[in-house]
Design a protein around this ligand. Structure first.
Ligand code: ZN
Length: 313
């Protein structure tokens, strides 16, 4: 199976500016209280495979469980979907993300996320499906990404009625969206219905078994429970995709930030104690050691940022 490894120069500070991230989290905490997301939640089993979960940790008052079958991480109880929708539509945190965080990181995301993603989907789609393809993005559209893609392929709006779409699409892009869906199974089903047979689903998301979250758990700075409702493992993805008749054809974790993120929290929080040899690797005086360790995590598919391709049957 195809696996992508990158060696970039992305820094934690550029992608996740500390002051902005702290302010965003403060808004998220206020919105969680304002929209009462911690009450009237519903207990659930693993959204990936249906297995049962064991308590993993708590963050911002939410309980994360780890599936004892597939290793996926998920919020349970799941907040009320209507309150979650209000959080996303009317909350100060999401407004702050759109108006402050995204503009101030636009340049670095263009270089390290939007550009590479466009290149990735175009190359993979052309290799498997040829030319004359139609793409659509599921969830919040990224205008800069779609503009890049539209120079090579036809880009259409996501079909309103996925149960009986006028035209099925060749490639569905679900970037940073499936982890936040209150009904993960339904969201994946929508993606399948929109696609033609042999169509491709491209997903980017956060791994539930990546190094950062495995080491830091509740202290993972970028983890925001109303946004990150399910972080699947590789086995979780295989189970969920198989249920919808998808075959996994690429699974990579080309994340560049795990080692820097873990080192940063170790510096800020003396309560984080890593096994000594891991502590030595992530905080080594020679920066090259950290870079090589990050590359090893990518090779082993254990970085926190996942990209995958699934083919519809
Ligand atoms: Zn599971």
């Amino acid at each position: 199976m195809k696996r992508v490894v990158t060696t970039g120069e992305l820094t934690q500070l550029a992608m996740r500016p500390a002051g902005l991230l702290d302010a965003y989290l403060a808004h998220a905490e206020a919105d969680i209280a304002r929209f009462e997301l911690l009450t009237a939640g519903v207990n659930r089993d693993c959204p990936a495979c249906g297995g049962s979960g064991a308590p993993a940790f708590e963050r911002l008052g939410f309980s994360y469980k780890r599936c004892t079958t597939c290793g996926s991480l998920y919020v349970s109880p799941l907040p009320d979907p209507r309150r979650l929708a209000q959080y996303h539509a009317d909350g100060a945190a999401e407004r702050f993300r759109r108006e402050q965080v995204l503009p101030s990181t636009a340049e670095v995301r263009a270089r390290h996320a939007v550009g590479p993603r466009a290149h990735w989907v175009l190359a993979a789609a052309a290799a498997r499906l040829g030319t004359g393809l139609t793409f659509a993005q599921f969830g919040e559209e990224s205008p800069s990404l779609l503009e890049l893609l539209s120079t090579s392929v036809s880009v259409v709006q996501w079909p309103d009625d996925t149960a009986s779409p006028d035209v099925r699409i060749d490639c569905a892009l679900a970037f940073d969206v499936l982890e936040r869906s209150a009904d993960f199974a339904q969201a994946l089903h929508c993606c399948r219905l929109a696609l033609d047979v042999r169509g491709l689903l491209f997903v980017t998301t956060v791994s539930g078994e990546g190094f950062e979250i495995r080491m830091l758990g509740s202290r993972t700075a970028a983890l925001v429970p109303p946004v990150h409702l399910q972080l699947l493992s590789r086995a979780g993805w295989q189970a969920a995709l198989a249920r919808e008749g998808f075959a996994l054809v690429e699974y990579s974790t080309p994340g560049e930030l795990d080692v820097q993120a873990v080192a940063e929290i170790c510096r800020r929080d003396p309560g984080v104690v890593l096994p000594p040899i891991l502590d030595e690797l992530v905080r080594h005086d020679d920066e090259q050691v950290g870079r090589v360790f990050q590359e090893l995590l990518q090779q082993a598919c254990l970085s926190s940022h996942v990209q995958l391709v699934a083919e519809a049957s």
